[in-house]
Design a protein around this ligand. Structure first.
Ligand SMILES: [Zn+2]
Ligand SMILES: [Zn+2]
Length: 361
């Protein structure tokens, strides 16, 4: 999920929005790129990466839940000459559905282990136990589960805005198609949780797990010091800035900037493999551009806050984003920036009923 930045009218399509190509390319030694279709605002595909070693393959970020993405994944694996049973490891960079969606199903078929950050957690997780239970859910039970999940989606945001929730029609549609509903409700249970600086062997060489919070609270990048490769997930993308959510941490923006500085300082990076868009090479340059974007946004927000005085997150988000991007994502990003200003002493906050208001300090 990415930042709904205001687009210029004739802005060219971003590379992250390109439709999934069926072409399979080797993007680093022993690393294949398989593009899977994504049907989310601002995104046309997600990159799954297959890393080969003597025992088989590890697959990073196997796409959205549901049949359409699964069929694409099966087709791509087939075209790449990768039998499902040879996938011994599935790696999930973070708890967004375009990254974890295919993981559980793939692990079912191949017995693969599932690796994620030690902090991995899907925030609306409708189960407290093993996801397997959903498979046996009777139709009534399934509908109940869908409603619990939707209820969590629909919880009011911390700043008092409404979070968009699926419609009743959508719920009925899911309940009428149990296989699809189960696929969407199911969240992967990692069998191996990686801590910061832990080593993981992939493509026959050691990779270092990097805990990189900001975009989510559980984001994992993987660094290969031998070949100078970074699997960057959604942490650093080539031409769009990852969404920074105010829902996830006290100062998500500060955490994000720290995580950006950390990857920019990695020695010997030759190739960055992002979850959306094409491989790129200038990691420090891209990190600087993303940081500059957030500095600009903070400057814009300071000015808007000066002009408006006490104002809600929604009102301030309308100053920061163009109308077509208004909504819960724009508000959540605005909230993250406001909290950053508040925690650094530049803004103050008060509550008016259920709504948070901010003003310059
Ligand atoms: Zn993503
Ligand atoms: Zn994401």
């Amino acid at each position: 999920v990415t930042d709904p930045s205001p687009p210029a009218v004739d802005r060219p399509r971003r590379q992250e929005q390109e439709e999934a190509s069926s072409e399979i390319t080797e993007v680093a030694p022993g690393v294949l790129r398989l593009q899977l279709p994504v049907f989310l605002p601002g995104l046309g595909h997600v990159n799954a990466y297959a890393l080969e070693d003597a025992d088989g393959f590890a697959l990073v970020d196997p796409g959205l839940p549901g049949e359409r993405s699964w069929q694409a994944l099966v087709g791509r694996l087939d075209a790449a000459g990768i039998p499902q049973r040879r996938v011994h490891t599935v790696i999930v960079t973070h708890s967004h559905p375009d990254h974890y969606g295919g993981a559980a199903q793939l692990a079912d078929g191949s017995g693969a282990r599932i690796i994620a950050s030690e902090h991995f957690r899907v925030w609306w997780d409708p189960t407290d136990q093993d996801g397997e239970e959903l498979i046996d859910a009777d139709p009534d039970g399934l509908r109940e589960r869908i409603e619990i999940a939707v209820e969590r989606f629909g919880q009011r945001s911390p700043w008092g805005g409404d979070v968009e929730r699926p419609t009743d029609e959508h719920i009925s549609l899911l309940a009428a198609n149990p296989a699809e509903a189960i696929a969407w409700l199911r969240v992967p249970r990692p069998t191996h949780r990686v801590a910061h600086d832990d080593h993981v062997t992939l493509a026959g060489r050691p990779w270092v797990g990097l805990f990189t919070p900001g975009h989510t609270n559980d984001h994992l990048c993987l660094f290969d010091p031998t070949e100078g490769v970074l699997l960057s997930g959604d942490h650093v993308l080539p031409s769009i800035t990852p969404h920074i959510s105010g829902m996830v941490a006290a100062d998500a923006l500060a955490a994000y900037v720290r995580s950006l500085d950390e990857v920019a300082a990695l020695p010997g990076i030759q190739t960055v493999l992002p979850a959306h868009g094409h491989p790129f090479h200038d990691l420090p340059g891209r990190v600087e551009a993303i940081k500059a974007h957030h500095e600009e946004r903070l400057a814009h927000l300071r000015a808007a806050s000066q002009a408006l005085g006490w104002a809600s997150v929604e009102d301030l988000s309308h100053q920061l984003f163009s109308e077509r991007s208004w909504g819960s994502m724009a508000e959540s990003e605005t909230f993250a920036h406001l909290e950053h200003l508040r925690l650094s002493g530049e803004a103050v906050q008060r509550r008016d009923g259920g709504t948070l208001l901010y003003a310059p300090a």
